[in-house]
Design a protein. Structure first.
Length: 143
């Protein structure tokens, strides 16, 4: 019985430490028995001039430390906002409507990179979407 309580102690301390406002603004990392889980906050859509995002060929992997947030811009993709303010679109191999309804999602990469054809995005309700490919995004003003 004591062994089970000691295993839950870090979880209970983490719940007490996280403030509601802070949990939504930053990428956080949680380590549970040698498994790293990344929680990615969804940013609200900014009020900006009309912009069209043009897709270009993207990398096979992106460094997980570079991710600062994400935007849900469609049911078949998520746009990651990186530290250098660039955007990378993760396209899924199928339709993932569960990601449209929740404020956060989780990543569990095998190493310090998030890779297409290998990693998936996990919703809070247990669904997951395999990443098919990454596309670099370039902002163009709509006319």
């Amino acid at each position: 019985m004591n062994f089970g309580i000691w295993n839950l102690l870090p979880l209970l301390v983490g719940v007490l430490v996280v403030q509601p406002g802070d949990a939504q603004t930053t990428v956080t990392r949680l380590v549970v028995q040698d498994e790293v889980i990344w929680r990615i906050p969804i940013r609200p859509r900014p009020v900006m001039p009309p912009i069209k995002w043009v897709e270009h060929k993207g990398p096979k992997c992106i460094p997980i430390q570079a991710i600062r947030g994400a935007l849900l811009t469609g049911s078949d993709h998520v746009d990651f906002v990186l530290a250098d303010r660039s955007r990378i679109r993760a396209r899924f191999d199928g339709d993932c409507p569960a990601l449209d309804f929740y404020g956060n999602f989780y990543l569990q990469p095998d190493d310090d990179r998030l890779c297409a054809k290998r990693d998936a995005i996990h919703s809070r309700m247990g669904g997951s979407c395999q990443i098919d490919k990454f596309r670099e995004l370039e902002a163009k003003l709509k006319r």
